[in-house]
Design a protein around this ligand. Structure first.
Ligand code: NDP
Ligand code: CA
Length: 326
């Protein structure tokens, strides 16, 4: 359910061909790799049959099609060909960038490496450029990638830069430091390719809002990014400035974007984000997540929901540009 962020009058109903051409619906989703979900994740309360590809496949498509996003950013995709085949008749075109040493490839009967995918509605956007890169940490190439597209929004004629990533997983101080280094490199790459265009940067950052990488993203001076799901991003422009906008943003993030049960217990974390250029967009509506009560004690994945991460979906409205002085 898309929920308007400022109450009425919003435009919450998701449907094809939204008349409002200045609004761009962006989806961010770690779909859960089929090979990893079955063999690596050890979801202790998920019935084995719920992880069958035959069960997950229609649920995944349903999630994508029901939200009708203009732009889709996905991680842990190890069935890109399938997605491309399913979504191209609906008008989507896309790109895929596999991880260079995907853990999927170590699993027998895998379906190839997992990676990031970026798709867009070809009736609303045209692709002007693309870039794929590995993120370096302390000058060493890591196993994490960024996939970036420069798109022209046909209705407005404006160009945007959309990028997606899946940062290093695992807990601990070293991993957190590594994610922060990856974040720095990511911002450097995105800023270079955006070259002043409005930016959408979405991904599974594997980092709670309290981690350094969250601050690194929000404090980038050139791009002035905000987090679409943080309540702090929806405050009135004339509200009193906060002492520490990053802390305020972190406190306004949702309670979770992933919620699963592993042997060590419940894993309920906020680690997925849609960051956007705050000077170019405002947030009109957000897709809400199922409540804990709706999910039940088994959490996700389940027979109702195919991933351990929820999809994030934000309606980003292009602000009117200020006319150049003559
Ligand atoms: P990451 O640490 O970033 O994680 C890889 C995947 O594991 C992510 O998709 C992540 O999902 C998932 N994951 C995170 N936490 C857990 C958990 N507790 N249980 C199960 N899965 C989890 O890995 P890298 O991409 O850096 O790759 C790791 C390296 O390990 C590769 O370079 C590869 O060479 C090596 N490898 C070797 C294997 C072998 O058999 N020899 C097997 C696997 C990897 P999420 O982001 O959603 O948390
Ligand atoms: Ca995962």
């Amino acid at each position: 359910r898309m929920v308007p962020v400022e109450g009425p009058p919003g435009r919450p109903s998701p449907h094809w061909g939204a008349e409002d051409s200045s609004t761009i619906r962006v989806m961010q989703w770690n779909v859960l790799s089929q090979a990893l979900g079955v063999n690596n994740d050890n979801f202790v309360s998920c019935p084995e049959a719920a992880l069958d590809w035959a069960v997950r496949r229609p649920l995944m498509l349903q999630e994508l099609v029901a939200a009708a996003p203009d732009i889709i950013c996905l991680q842990e995709v190890d069935h890109y060909k399938f997605l491309e085949r399913a979504l191209s008749p609906l008008g989507y075109r896309g790109l895929f960038e596999p991880k260079p040493d995907s853990p999927c490839c170590y699993i027998p009967d895998n379906n190839g490496p997992d990676g990031c995918a970026l798709l867009w509605r070809s009736d609303r956007f045209s692709l002007l450029g693309q870039h794929r890169d590995r993120l370096h940490v302390w000058r060493i190439a890591s196993n994490q990638v960024v996939l970036l597209a420069v798109l022209r929004h046909e209705a407005s004629g404006r160009e945007l830069c959309v990028a997606t990533t899946h940062l290093k997983a695992r807990a601990g101080a070293l991993m957190s430091k590594m994610r922060n280094e990856q974040g720095r490199e990511l911002l450097r790459i995105v800023a270079a390719h955006a070259d002043g265009r409005p930016v959408v940067l979405s991904g599974d950052f594997n980092a709670e809002p309290s981690e350094p990488v969250y601050r690194t993203v929000l404090e980038h001076t050139g791009m002035r990014l905000a987090s679409a799901y943080s309540k702090a991003s929806h405050r009135e422009d004339d509200a009193a400035p906060s002492e520490d906008p990053v802390t305020e943003s972190a406190q306004g993030e949702p309670a979770y974007t992933t919620w699963k049960v592993r042997e060590e217990g419940e894993q309920c974390h906020t680690i997925d984000y849609i960051f956007y250029s705050s000077s170019a967009f405002s947030v009109d509506a957000l897709l809400d997540f199922p409540s804990g009560e709706m999910l039940g004690p088994g959490r996700v994945p389940s027979f109702q929901y195919p991933s351990d991460h929820f999809s994030l979906c934000a309606d980003l409205r292009l602000k009117d540009t200020i006319p150049e002085p003559r």
